[in-house]
Design a protein around this ligand. Structure first.
Ligand code: CDP
Ligand code: CDP
Length: 226
């Protein structure tokens, strides 16, 4: 039987984590888990229900009472909260601009990390986020830290928005990405940080295909190791 490893992919906003993680998972027939979508789903639900995102106790109470599901639908990942499909809604700018506040609360992270570890416990997963290599899957056989300059990351997001027909302002995007990076790196609980044993890939000058190829090759080496 082939060994099923765990792959952790971390890095700052718009470094290409989810695009690359999804393809790598597909090529290895592994499960892809987008942990950012879970923080986004909670943020969306909090905003919709009028929960104060600065109130840790209220947020944690809300989280304990909702079911967040990540489902594979037609090759894409759908996000459901209590059965309602919120895949599009969780990408709205209101959610993006509040999610780092929600993700900074200790008890919220404890609960979501627990759910993520449960999802990843069988191996055969590619999980992306900010603390996968350091906290969620510290035993992962392959840890990747994706990087790219902030200019390139903002331009990638801008292009993506325009392709989807969404309004987009490059300078505004850059500011938002820098703010989110700062909040994610400076928070007290599980800040965005490269795990000591993670392999750093600067994707600034690389295509999606090139990044995927590098990660898949490293994954195969580890899968084939006796
Ligand atoms: O895709 P993008 O880089 O915009 O972000 P995401 O992966 O959807 O994550 C949204 C936010 O959730 C991040 O900016 C972090 O504040 C938080 N997050 C986190 O704290 N830990 C994770 N494992 C994943 C996301
Ligand atoms: O998940 P994360 O926020 O790290 O980034 P993403 O949503 O996967 O990627 C942001 C955009 O960058 C997507 O449109 C990708 O196609 C693009 N990208 C790229 O142009 N070159 C790469 N090497 C990686 C991603």
């Amino acid at each position: 039987m082939t060994k099923k490893i765990s792959i952790a992919i971390d890095g700052p906003a718009a470094a290409g984590k989810s695009t690359v993680a999804r393809i790598v998972a597909d090529q290895l027939s592994y499960i892809y888990i987008d942990t950012g979508a879970m923080y986004r789903a909670l943020t969306y639900t909090a905003l919709e229900s009028g929960t104060d995102i600065h109130d840790e106790e209220q947020l944690c109470h809300l989280l304990k009472n909702i079911q967040i599901e990540l489902k594979q639908e037609n090759g894409r990942q759908a996000v459901l909260v209590d059965g309602e499909n919120v895949t599009m809604e969780i990408r709205a700018s209101e959610v993006t601009n509040s999610v780092s506040v929600v993700a900074a609360h200790r008890t919220v992270r404890e609960e979501l990390v627990c759910r993520q570890q449960e999802l990843g416990k069988q191996g055969g997963v590619v999980m992306d986020g900010r603390d996968i290599g350091t906290k969620v899957l510290p035993q992962a056989e392959l840890k990747i830290f994706l990087l790219a300059s902030v200019d390139i990351r903002a331009r990638r997001r801008h292009k993506e928005n325009l392709e989807k027909g969404y309004p987009s302002d490059l300078e505004q995007l850059k500011k938002e990405i820098m703010l989110r990076d700062q909040s994610d790196t400076e928070r007290e609980v599980s800040p965005l940080k490269k795990a000591e044993d993670a392999i750093e890939i600067d994707t600034s000058a690389l295509s999606v295909e090139e990044v995927v190829e590098r990660i898949t090759a490293m994954a195969k080496e580890r899968i084939e190791q006796p």
